[in-house]
Ligand binder design. Structure first.
Ligand SMILES: Nc1ncnc2c1ncn2[C@@H]1O[C@H](COP(=O)(O)OP(=O)(O)O)[C@@H](O)[C@H]1O
Ligand SMILES: [Mg+2]
Length: 331
């Protein structure tokens, strides 16, 4: 498919959270630190990185479940970072989020059909027979059959995969253009993960949906993502077309992630402090991976490298990117 028009544009997004410090002074962490990205219409951007790197926080900001501290989020030409009230309600029709645990967003006392009725009535004005037909259509679209049985059930009577399908149907009920899918398969049995990814892929194809697909699994990022963005310590480390990134990773952190996937030729021997979590404190300096990176030098402690286009459409934030290219083994 041709992917021309930009749907989502994020410029210098910063998100801070207050944390309790020992003294009285208010302290903050910055789990998202000047992140910029772009998602085209009908495109899937996969966001990968280990736990705590800021993926969910970015996702929540993009659907405006949380308000950014700084930066711009422009969706379909409109800046949505400071909208509230009616504008925010309208934005809920454009952007929806699917969570890791579908149970968390479902109401245990409501039937499956009433989960869909509410958004269809409220956001789309469906009623009567048309409403009934639309519920049937949505359930069929996400593969929840036999429809007449499923409609009357309650969330606890569905399997994990079926619950995630319901969460997807509910997101679709507002007819969105953009979906943030936050590790949508990580709580599901391995055997049913592929089916959920396949469904999301079909919806991309049939409805032209754009996605931010959050995952820590590079194999699924490669399968579903058109491009992959690697995040660490709230910073973008690398961004490229999925196949190029998996085939020729450049940032040492991306190589570390890949070295953990079965069949990889890449070996990364980390420094002794290899379990250290990235520093998220406000005003931190340098590259977040500096403590673990085998290529780190003094400059990496002092300055965060810019994202530089190392190959066509392949951007890397690393002072030693040139050294790192083609290098498979790090000691
Ligand atoms: N509401 C919040 N208040 C304070 N800290 C938060 C909040 N949400 C997330 N964090 C912190 O921000 C960091 C990034 O979290 P998150 O975005 O959930 O990462 P990921 O999804 O990549 O695992 C973590 O250190 C987390 O504890
Ligand atoms: Mg998360």
């Amino acid at each position: 498919m041709k992917q021309q028009t930009t749907l989502v544009e994020v410029e210098n997004l910063v998100i801070k959270f207050p944390v309790r410090g020992g003294d009285r002074k208010k302290k903050f962490i910055t789990p998202v630190d000047y992140v910029s990205l772009e998602i085209k219409k009908g495109e899937v951007l996969a966001l990968v990185g280990e736990s705590g790197s800021g993926k969910t926080t970015i996702g929540r900001a993009l659907v405006r479940l949380l308000k950014p501290t700084e930066g711009n989020i422009i969706v379909d030409g409109k800046n949505v970072n400071t909208i509230k009230g009616k504008d925010l309600m309208n934005y809920r029709k454009v952007a929806q989020m699917i969570f890791q645990d579908p149970f968390g967003s479902l109401n245990p006392v409501k039937s499956i059909e009433s989960h869909l009725k509410f958004p269809l009535k409220k956001h789309q004005g469906f009623k009567g027979l048309a409403l009934d037909q639309k519920i049937t259509d949505l359930l069929l679209q996400v593969g929840l059959t036999p429809v007449n049985e499923i409609r009357k059930k309650h969330p606890h009577e569905l399997s994990g995969g079926q619950r995630q399908r319901l969460a997807i149907a509910r997101a679709l009920a507002v007819n969105p253009q953009f979906i943030v899918a936050d590790e949508p398969t990580s709580m599901l049995d391995v055997s049913i993960r592929a089916g959920i990814l396949q469904l999301m892929n079909e919806l991309k194809r049939d409805l032209g949906l754009s996605y931010l697909y959050i995952t820590h699994d590079l194999a699924s990022a490669r399968y579903f993502g058109d491009r992959i963005m690697v995040l660490y310590g709230g910073k973008v480390m690398e961004i490229a077309d999925s196949k190029a990134l998996i085939k020729n990773p450049i940032n040492p952190y991306t190589k570390l992630l890949l070295s953990a996937t079965p069949g990889s030729d890449i070996k990364v021997n980390l420094k002794d402090m290899n379990n250290e979590a990235p520093d998220l404190s406000e005003g931190r300096k340098g590259c977040p991976f500096v403590h673990r990176c085998p290529l780190a030098t003094d400059i990496c402690k002092e300055t965060m490298p810019d994202l530089v286009e190392q190959k066509e459409n392949h951007f890397v934030a690393c002072h030693h990117a040139e050294d790192s290219i083609e290098k498979m083994i790090f000691n």
